[in-house]
Design a protein around this ligand. Structure first.
Ligand SMILES: NC(=O)c1ccc[n+]([C@@H]2O[C@H](COP(=O)([O-])OP(=O)(O)OC[C@H]3O[C@@H](n4cnc5c(N)ncnc54)[C@H](O)[C@@H]3O)[C@@H](O)[C@H]2O)c1
Ligand SMILES: [Zn+2]
Ligand SMILES: [Zn+2]
Length: 345
C-alpha cells in the first residue's frame, strides 16, 4: 500500500501529528486529487486546540483541512466530467442528497452535511479523494494561492452578496481573513464607504490595502465618531458581522440606519444577548450566513476574480507543509492573515 504525508488529529489533546497515512484511491464517484496548496482555517485551529466544539464534533484519528487546490490525478469509474490534469478545489460540505433541501437543489441548506477534514478525511495531505459532486474546476490561469483559499473567500462572498451593496455604506466588524476579503468584495462591487473594525492593527492595515475607506481600532476610537467624520448621517446601510465578538455585534446594531440589513457570519457565544429594542424599533434585518451557496458562490468567486477582485494581500505566510506548526502559531498569535501550506514534496 502506498502512503503519503498527512496532518492528523491523533490524540484527544491539543496538537497535530505529521504522519504517513494510506494514500486514498478513486473509487466509485470519487475524484483523486494531488494536493498542491492548502489554507489554514479557524476550524483547523479549533481542532488543533481541541476545544469543546472539536471534542464534540471530530472523530479521531482524522486527517484535517478543507481549504485546498490541487490537480486531478485519477477518477473513479462513475466519474464523467473530470479528468487528470484539471485544476480543482472542493466544496467542503458533502451533502446527504436526500433531505428536502437537497432534493430541491438547495444543497447549502442540507440537514445532514458532513465536513471534509472534520467528519471525513481532509486535505492536509498529499492526496485527497472527494465525491465528484463536490469538485469545482478552476480556470487554468487562476493564481494557485488564491485558488487554495477559495473556501474562505466563498464565506466572504456568500456573506457580502446577501444584500445589494451598490452605493451603500457598509460596516464590517472583524478584520480576520474573512472580514478583510469581504472588504475587497464590497469595494469591487461598488459600495461607497466601507468601514472595518478590529482590535488588531496589523490586520486593519491589510484591510486598508484591500479598499476599506476607514479602519477603526475600537480600543481607541468609536464608530459614532467615525460616522460623523465620514458624513454618514443616518447609520450604516449594510452590516457584515465577521468577528464572532459580542461587543462588535452590539456596536454594529447600535450604528445601523433604520431598515439596515445585517449578514451574520461570525459565530457569537450561543446565548449572547443583543439590544432587541434596536432590532424591533429600527426594523433591522439580521440574516445568519453559513458556508457557501453550492455552487453559485463558487461561480461568483470565479467571475469576480476574473474581473479584477484581488484578495492575495490577505495571504501573509507561505510555508512548506512540514513547517505547519509555525503557520498555526502565527494564526494563534493573531499575526497572520491567511497561511498557505505547500504540499508538493
Ligand atoms: N458562518 C460560517 O459559515 C463561518 C465560516 C467561517 C468562519 N466563520 C466565523 O466567522 C468569523 C470570522 O472568521 P475569520 O476566520 O476571519 O476569524 P478570525 O477569528 O481570524 O477573525 C475575527 C477577528 O475579529 C476581531 N475582533 C475581536 N474582537 C473584536 C471587536 N470587539 N471588534 C471588532 N473586531 C474584533 C479579532 O481580532 C479577529 O481579527 C469567526 O467568528 C468564524 O468563527 C463562520
Ligand atoms: Zn475554512
Ligand atoms: Zn441533504
Amino acid at each position: 500500500m502506498s502512503t503519503m504525508p498527512a496532518l492528523v488529529k491523533r490524540h484527544a489533546q491539543p496538537g497535530l501529528c505529521l504522519e504517513r497515512a494510506p494514500r486514498p484511491v478513486a473509487a466509485g464517484d470519487d475524484v483523486l486529487i494531488a494536493v498542491e496548496r492548502t489554507g489554514i482555517c479557524g476550524t483547523d485551529l479549533h481542532i488543533h486546540q481541541w476545544d469543546d466544539w472539536a471534542q464534540r464534533t471530530v472523530p479521531i484519528p482524522m486527517i484535517i483541512g478543507h481549504e485546498f487546490v490541487g490537480e486531478v490525478v485519477e477518477v473513479g469509474p462513475n466519474v464523467r466530467d473530470f479528468e487528470p490534469g484539471m485544476v480543482v478545489s472542493a466544496e467542503g460540505h458533502v451533502v446527504c442528497g436526500r433531505c428536502r433541501n437537497c432534493m430541491a437543489g438547495r444543497r447549502h441548506l442540507c440537514a445532514d452535511a458532513k465536513g471534509i477534514g472534520v467528519h471525513r478525511p481532509g486535505a492536509f495531505a498529499q492526496y485527497i479523494a472527494v465525491p465528484q459532486a463536490n469538485i469545482w474546476e478552476h480556470d487554468r490561469e487562476i493564481d494557485r494561492d488564491v485558488a487554495a483559499i477559495f473556501d474562505p473567500l466563498g464565506n466572504a462572498v456568500h456573506c457580502a452578496l446577501q444584500f445589494d451593496l451598490v452605493g451603500e455604506d457598509v460596516l464590517v466588524t472583524g478584520a480576520g481573513p474573512i472580514g478583510i476579503m469581504a472588504v475587497a468584495v464590497a469595494r469591487h462591487v461598488g459600495a461607497r464607504h466601507i468601514v472595518i473594525t478590529d482590535v488588531n492593527p496589523r490586520r486593519l492595515a491589510i484591510a486598508a490595502r484591500m479598499g476599506a475607506t476607514r479602519t477603526v481600532d475600537v480600543r481607541h476610537e468609536t464608530l459614532a465618531d467615525v460616522q460623523r467624520e465620514l458624513g454618514i448621517r443616518e447609520g450604516f446601510d449594510i452590516g457584515l458581522e465577521m468577528s464572532g465578538n459580542t461587543d462588535a455585534f452590539a456596536d454594529m446594531i447600535g450604528q445601523m440606519c433604520h431598515g439596515g440589513r445585517i449578514a451574520l457570519l461570525g459565530i457569537p457565544p450561543k446565548h449572547a444577548a443583543i439590544d432587541w429594542h434596536a432590532v424591533v424599533f429600527n426594523m433591522l434585518t439580521i440574516k445568519g450566513i453559513y458556508g457557501r451557496q453550492i455552487f453559485e458562490t463558487w461561480y461568483k468567486m470565479s467571475v469576480l476574480t476574473q474581473s479584477g477582485l484581488d484578495v492575495k494581500p490577505v495571504i501573509t505566510h507561505r510555508l512548506p507543509f512540514d513547517r505547519f506548526e509555525e503557520g498555526f502559531q502565527a494564526m494563534l498569535d493573531g499575526e497572520a492573515g491567511k497561511v498557505v501550506l505547500d504540499w508538493r514534496a
